[in-house]
Design a protein around this ligand. Structure first.
Ligand SMILES: CC(C)(COP(=O)(O)OP(=O)(O)OC[C@H]1O[C@@H](n2cnc3c(N)ncnc32)[C@H](O)[C@@H]1OP(=O)(O)O)[C@@H](O)C(=O)NCCC(=O)NCCS
Length: 179
């Protein structure tokens, strides 16, 4: 049984967050952590420490401008577990810990690659559901809801053939999950 402590992440942990990511390169994660300092101000990001070493974290922040509906929600921005410590359920532990600290009525939103099976499994286990599909904009690399309305239902009904016709490859797609 893993012996660990969960602590609220503070600015002094940023260098350890960056170190953890650099030591565990992963195609789903951009090592640019410019936003981290801003995110930590909301005080709902937590890390898991083993013998004072940061081995997993969740970065989350409050937002009130999601799709311009101006309702307060929590954006779960980034989950990360060191390769040496995966398969201990740490992503789920961090989500449950954060959820215990925030108002239960606040929706939680996250964005994930459909190719990221581990994280997708965990999010579904935590009660997240597919809300919408976003597709990478070729011009600026941003993920946005396509003009053509690909709803979750629409996407599920699409075949691979339809996707290629639309010149979208699976890596250009992200799921927006909500609970
Ligand atoms: C995604 C991540 C946070 C999950 O870490 P974790 O909490 O240790 O999750 P696990 O490794 O225990 O895997 C979760 C589930 O996927 C399953 N799984 C693991 N490897 C798998 C594989 N190759 N294929 C299918 N399922 C797999 C596990 O069995 C588990 O399912 P279960 O709970 O139903 O048994 C971690 O792998 C990570 O940091 N990845 C890199 C960063 C990332 O992708 N972050 C998420 C995007 S923000």
């Amino acid at each position: 049984m893993l012996d660990f402590k969960i602590k609220k992440l503070k600015n002094k942990h940023i260098k350890f967050i960056q170190k953890l990511i650099l030591n565990n390169p992963n195609k789903y994660i951009s090592p640019k952590l410019k936003k981290t300092k801003k995110i930590l101000k909301d005080k709902i990001s937590y890390g898991i420490f083993v013998n004072e070493d940061l081995i997993a974290f969740n970065l989350s922040f409050f937002s009130n401008n999601v799709a311009l509906k101006r309702t307060t929600c929590v954006i779960s921005h980034l989950d990360f577990v060191s390769k040496d410590y995966t398969s201990n359920g740490l992503q789920k532990i961090l989500h449950k810990h954060r959820d215990g600290k925030i108002n239960k009525s606040i929706p939680i939103i996250t964005r994930i690659s459909p190719l990221n099976v581990r994280s997708l499994k965990n999010l579904l286990n935590l009660g997240f559901q597919l809300d919408k599909i976003v597709i990478k904009n070729k011009e600026n690399g941003e993920f946005t809801v396509p003009e053509e309305s690909y709803t979750a239902k629409h996407y599920i009904e699409m075949t691979n053939e339809d996707i290629s016709k639309n010149e979208v490859c699976l890596d250009d797609i992200r799921y927006i999950m909500k609970k």
